[in-house]
Design a protein around this ligand. Structure first.
Ligand code: ZN
Length: 176
């Protein structure tokens, strides 16, 4: 199957799995918009030469936020895509604070591919917070999130200069 067919299949797989989910922001954007943004960021920042990396970006939340299993991802998109997605997925059995702490702790040991997806994900999340913050988040909660995202990203630096710059720009916009 061609790479274009694989990529199209990944977008459709993500759209079906995340159907009905919306972003936390007050605009309530369809969740797929987050996935298309992260994939676009990854593709543009890497020259679009690695289709499996872009597919992993499209699918990066499918293990964490849908009933999809790792075995299913291996069968549908291959071992490398499945392993990049697994690397950027939190263990949902842990409490939220522990998951956030582990993201910082694990970040330095991620593969370059996983760091690239993570950089794009955090960039998209900060942009979303600036444009459409959740209605029930006060300024302190937003500031906490931004500080945590900076801590995760600081452990991913040296991976992709273009994405790191876009993240810094998003933080600068956020902080006004
Ligand atoms: Zn995400």
């Amino acid at each position: 199957m061609s790479e274009i067919s694989e990529l199209a299949r990944a977008y459709h797989f993500a759209a079906v799995r995340h159907v009905g989910q919306r972003r936390k922001g007050k605009a309530g954007e369809p969740y797929i918009n987050h996935l298309t943004e992260v994939a676009d960021l990854v593709a543009a920042a890497t020259g679009g030469g690695d289709v499996e990396l872009v597919i992993a970006a499209v699918l990066h939340d499918v293990l964490e936020d849908t009933p999809t299993t790792g075995a299913e991802l291996v069968a549908a998109f291959g071992a490398r895509v499945a392993s990049i997605v697994a690397e950027v997925s939190d263990d949902k059995s842990l409490p939220k604070a522990e998951r956030k702490r582990l993201q910082i702790e694990h970040a330095p040991r991620l593969t370059a591919a996983a760091k690239t997806v993570k950089l794009a994900d955090k960039t998209a999340n900060i942009r979303a917070l600036a444009k459409s913050p959740p209605a029930d988040w006060d300024a302190a909660r937003i500031a906490d999130y931004v500080d945590w995202a900076i801590a995760v990203v600081d452990h991913c630096r040296g991976t992709n200069a273009a994405l790191e710059r876009l993240f810094d720009e998003a933080v600068a916009v956020m902080k006004g």
